[in-house]
Design a binder for this molecule. Structure first.
Ligand SMILES: [Zn+2]
Length: 445
């Protein structure tokens, strides 16, 4: 018998797989009927496909339901009632909070939630935090500028729901945040991998504080970027802060669907609250076994204002062959979200995932945490520049670092790069998600 103190919801998180599928089918049918009856968008989508909610009776039937994607949301939101349009499935006055996507891939998508939805969002995060060892005794510092991005809003409410004490580190700058963490003896932290590394650097270089020795942080939850599942980046974060760093993946439109537990064997999919399907990118074949990557189609069961049903997330994931010691029955994915269908771009005819570059850069101790990748056209050819910083004191080692980089990048990505070394501290620093990959070819004429 597993130790039930490991789980936020001991019954759901250890439910046998066949019972989980039964529960997922039941919950899927419920949200499908809800959306069909209340959202003009979903009604039209299913009507056009000749589908009635009653047609879906078994787990396998779920595959018959048409998929939707972000561009559908944008179009549906371009109608009345403003601003959520015809996807809204509750009366507008029942919406209690507005958020939006970052808009990095186009017009932002709006996210309405009712109070009940929002409580559910906090619940999804309570699973994550409890699995990562957060308890009522934790004092959680959230260094996040509270605004329209959903980012750590859910983490904040999830931590409160679990009984932690939450310190909102909103408008403070990085130095003030570190001093506050020190003053309050905060025990936990949530941020993007970029900012976790950036804070440690600021602490050391500007304040003379070594986070691993001088602060009391015992656990960190990262999100928003793939770094938490890139072993070399994770190692840098864990060493800088002297504690375990746990990954989580979520998104505005569908919420916090996966989490690493304290055993760190991969990310568990919260199969009690979500349905995750993995499809082959080219053929659409359903992938149920480990070993093949595909894109994630996700459904959210209990969020009602703007239901998310068979959403083609474009995130690339794969099932893990590993078994986690925690004994959760929620399946594991391997290596987190390894990329997006959109940003696995072709450079010089080779498929390039930006995460492979990060893995190499972060494996070389003489290099700083920051880097930038610029893809441009030189004549008819693609040209990739990689901008890097050597850590102070390593300036004389440029040539040996250059040689290691050339070899490792060739092995991991199959490409050659123009390597540019910049002065330490001169590349851009980011508070939330970093914009390290710039493809200038789209703007070229
Ligand atoms: Zn586990």
């Amino acid at each position: 018998m597993a130790d039930t103190d490991l789980y936020w919801n001991p019954i759901l998180e250890t439910l046998p797989q066949d019972k989980l599928r039964e529960l997922q089918t039941k919950k899927f049918r419920k949200i499908l009927a809800w959306a069909y009856d209340r959202s003009p968008f979903y009604h039209e989508l299913y009507k056009n496909a000749g589908l009635e909610p009653g047609d879906i009776k078994t787990y396998d039937d779920i595959r018959k339901v048409p998929k939707m994607e972000k561009s559908f949301l944008r179009d549906a939101q371009n109608c009345e009632p403003f601003p959520y349009g015809k996807i809204l499935s509750v009366p507008l006055e029942d919406v209690t909070v507005y958020h939006q996507t970052s808009g990095t891939t186009g017009q932002p998508v709006f996210q309405p939630d009712t109070w009940q939805d929002w409580d559910w969002c906090a619940e999804t995060w309570a699973y994550i935090l409890y699995a990562q060892g957060y308890r009522k005794t934790d004092r959680v510092f959230i260094p996040f500028g509270y605004h329209t991005a959903i980012a750590y809003w859910m983490g904040h409410y999830g931590a409160e729901k679990l009984g932690c004490e939450v310190v909102p580190g909103g408008v403070l700058n990085t130095e003030a945040r570190i001093l506050k963490i020190q003053e309050l003896k905060a025990t936990a932290l949530m941020a993007t991998p970029t900012y976790i590394l950036g804070m440690a650097d600021t602490a050391r270089t500007k304040l003379g504080i070594d986070p691993a020795k001088d602060l009391n942080i015992q656990r960190i939850t990262v999100a928003g970027e793939p770094g938490g599942s890139i072993p070399t980046t994770k190692k840098r974060m864990e060493e800088a802060w002297g504690c375990k760093v746990y990954d989580h993946v979520g998104a505005t439109e569908f919420g916090a669907w996966s989490y690493e537990c304290t055993f760190q064997a991969g990310l568990h999919v919260n199969e009690g609250l979500f349905l995750v399907e993995i499809e082959d990118i080219d053929t659409g074949e359903l992938l149920t076994e480990p070993g093949r990557r595909g894109k994630m189609i996700i459904s959210t069961f209990d969020r009602y204002a703007q239901p998310c049903i068979r959403f083609d997330s474009k995130d690339i994931i794969e099932w893990s062959p590993d078994v986690c010691e925690c004994e959760r029955t929620f399946r594991l994915i391997k290596g987190g979200v390894v990329g997006r269908v959109d940003d696995i771009t072709k450079v010089k005819g080779v498929l390039l995932a930006p995460t492979s570059i990060e893995e190499v850069v972060r494996s070389i101790p003489q290099l700083g945490d920051e880097y930038e990748v610029i893809v441009a056209k030189k004549g008819d050819l693609d040209d990739i520049s990689l901008r890097l910083e050597l850590v102070p004191g390593q300036e004389g080692n440029e040539e040996s670092v250059r040689k290691t980089l050339v070899d490792q990048l060739r092995i991991k990505t199959g490409l050659g790069y123009n390597l540019e070394f910049h002065e330490y501290g001169s590349l851009p620093r980011y508070d939330l998600k970093a914009k390290r990959f710039k493809d200038l070819r789209k703007d070229a004429h």
